[in-house]
Design a protein around this ligand. Structure first.
Ligand code: PMP
Ligand code: GLN
Length: 383
C-alpha cells in the first residue's frame, strides 16, 4: 500500500484565477477574471527574447540575476523612486514575484511566528506562511474604503509577530496606500521590531495623478523590508514569470539562500531581453499610468447606467464593482453563473478573506483591449 499523504495545505485547492480562466475558456466568455493583459508586449521586447535565445543565451544565469539586469533595475529605482540600491548585494532577480515572496517568507519566518495579513489578501501569502509553520493573523481592511485601520493592526500584534505583508497598489481592491500609512506602519514596525514584506508589483499603475508610495523610499521602513516587483505587470509579460526583490544586504543574503534551492535562477534569455529593453526605453514605465487609466475609464464608461456601483480604482489592473442592487447571491456562485449566462468572467473577492464580510463585490481586470472592455461593458449592462 502506498503511504497516505496528509496534506500540508488541507484548505487549499486550485486557485480561483486558474478556475475562472478555465471557465472563461470553456464557455467562450470574455475573461476579465485572471489578471493579465490580453494585448501584446512591446515588440522590441519580444524580438529581443527571440534574438537572445538564437544567440545562445540559454544556460544558467548567475544565481542572483544577470549583473546587467540588476544594474538596470538599480538605475530604474534611482530614476523613479529616488533611492540608491546596490545591484550586487540588494537586488535579486527571481522567477516571478510569487517566488520572491515565498523565499522572503521562508527565509524570515520561523515556526509559530505570526505574520499580519490585511484582508482581502493576495492568495499566495498565507500558504507560504503556513508552510513555514507560522501563523497568518488576518486583519480586515475597512469595509467600503479598503483602507488600513492601523489601530486594528496595532491591536493584532503580539510578542510573536514577526512580519507584516503590505500590498500597494492593491490586488484585488485597486486601492493604494499614502505616505501617512507608511508612517503609521513605520512607527508600528519600529515599536515591535517587525519585518515588512511589501508587494509592489503594480508600482507603475497608479492613477488620477496619485503617486506610488514605495516602502523603499521610506527611511525607517527600508532597512527592515523585502520589496517585490514583477516585470510581468510592467512589460505585459506575465507568462515570462520574472521579477525581483530588493532588500538590505543581510536580508538579501538570507533570501538568496532560499532562492538558490527553490528555483536557483530566473530564465536567462528573458533577463537579457529585459535588460536590453530597459536600456533602450528607460521611460517606458512612465507611459503605463495613462494607458491603464484610459482602460479603466473605458470600462467604467461602458458600464455607466448598469446596476453596478463603484469607487474608481486608484491603482493596479483591477476595478471592484458592487452588485448588491442586482443580486443577493454569494459572489463565488454568481461569478460562475454570470460567466455562463452573460459571457463575462470576474473574480469573487470573498475568497481573499479569512472571514468574509457581508458585501457583494466582484473584481474585474481592465488590463484588456478597449474592444474587449467595451463589449464586456455592453454585456454587463444587460444584467
Ligand atoms: N502579487 C500580486 C499582488 C499579484 O497580483 C501578482 C500577480 N500575479 C503577483 C504578486 C505575482 O507576480 P508574478 O507573476 O511575477 O509571480
Ligand atoms: N495575480 C493575478 C491575478 O490576480 C493572477 C496570477 C495567478 O493566476 N496566480 O489575477
Amino acid at each position: 500500500m502506498a503511504p497516505v499523504l496528509e496534506s500540508k495545505l488541507p484548505k487549499v485547492g486550485t486557485t480561483i484565477f486558474s478556475r475562472m480562466s478555465a471557465l472563461a475558456q470553456e464557455t467562450g466568455a470574455l475573461n476579465l477574471s485572471q489578471g493579465f493583459p490580453d494585448f501584446a508586449p512591446p515588440a522590441a521586447l519580444s524580438e529581443a527574447l527571440g534574438e537572445h535565445a538564437r544567440r545562445g543565451h540559454n544556460q544558467y544565469a548567475p544565481m542572483a540575476g544577470l549583473p546587467r539586469l540588476r544594474e538596470a533595475i538599480a538605475d530604474q529605482l534611482h530614476r523613479f523612486r529616488g533611492v540608491k540600491v546596490d545591484p550586487d548585494t540588494e537586488v535579486t532577480v527571481v522567477p516571478g514575484a510569487t517566488e520572491g515572496i515565498f523565499c522572503a517568507i521562508t527565509a524570515a519566518v520561523r515556526p509559530r511566528d505570526e505574520v499580519i495579513l490585511l484582508d482581502p489578501v493576495y492568495d499566495s501569502y498565507a500558504p507560504a506562511i503556513e508552510l513555514a509553520g507560522a501563523v497568518a493573523v488576518h486583519v480586515p481592511l475597512e469595509a467600503g474604503t479598503f483602507t488600513v485601520d492601523w489601530d486594528r493592526v496595532r491591536a493584532a500584534i503580539t510578542p510573536r509577530t514577526r512580519m507584516l505583508m503590505l500590498n500597494s497598489p492593491h490586488n484585488p481592491c485597486g486601492s493604494t496606500v499614502g505616505r501617512n500609512d507608511l508612517d503609521e506602519l513605520a512607527s508600528i514596525a519600529e515599536d515591535h521590531d517587525l519585518l515588512i514584506c511589501s508587494d509592489e508589483v503594480y508600482e507603475h499603475l497608479v492613477y488620477d495623478g496619485l503617486r506610488h508610495e514605495s516602502v523603499l523610499a521610506h527611511p525607517q521602513l527600508r532597512p527592515r523590508s523585502f520589496v517585490h516587483y514583477s516585470f510581468g505587470k510592467t512589460y505585459s509579460v506575465t507568462g515570462w514569470k520574472t521579477g525581483y526583490c530588493i532588500a538590505p544586504p543581510a536580508l538579501t543574503a538570507e533570501l538568496r539562500k532560499v532562492h538558490q534551492y527553490v528555483a536557483f535562477v530566473a530564465v536567462t534569455p528573458v533577463q537579457h531581453a529585459l535588460a536590453d529593453f530597459m536600456a533602450e526605453e528607460p521611460d517606458y514605465p512612465l507611459t503605463l499610468a495613462a494607458n491603464y487609466q484610459a482602460r479603466r475609464d473605458c470600462f467604467l464608461n461602458a458600464i455607466e447606467g448598469s446596476g453596478f456601483a463603484w469607487t474608481k480604482a486608484s491603482g493596479s489592473f483591477f476595478q471592484l464593482l458592487d452588485y448588491s442592487a442586482l443580486s443577493d447571491e454569494e459572489d463565488y456562485i454568481l461569478c460562475e453563473r454570470w460567466t455562463r449566462e452573460f459571457g463575462v468572467a470576474a473574480i469573487p473577492i470573498s475568497l481573499f478573506y479569512a472571514d468574509p464580510p457581508a458585501q457583494k463585490i466582484l473584481r474585474f481586470c481592465f488590463a484588456k483591449a478597449h474592444d474587449t472592455l467595451l463589449e464586456a461593458g455592453r454585456r454587463l449592462c444587460t444584467i
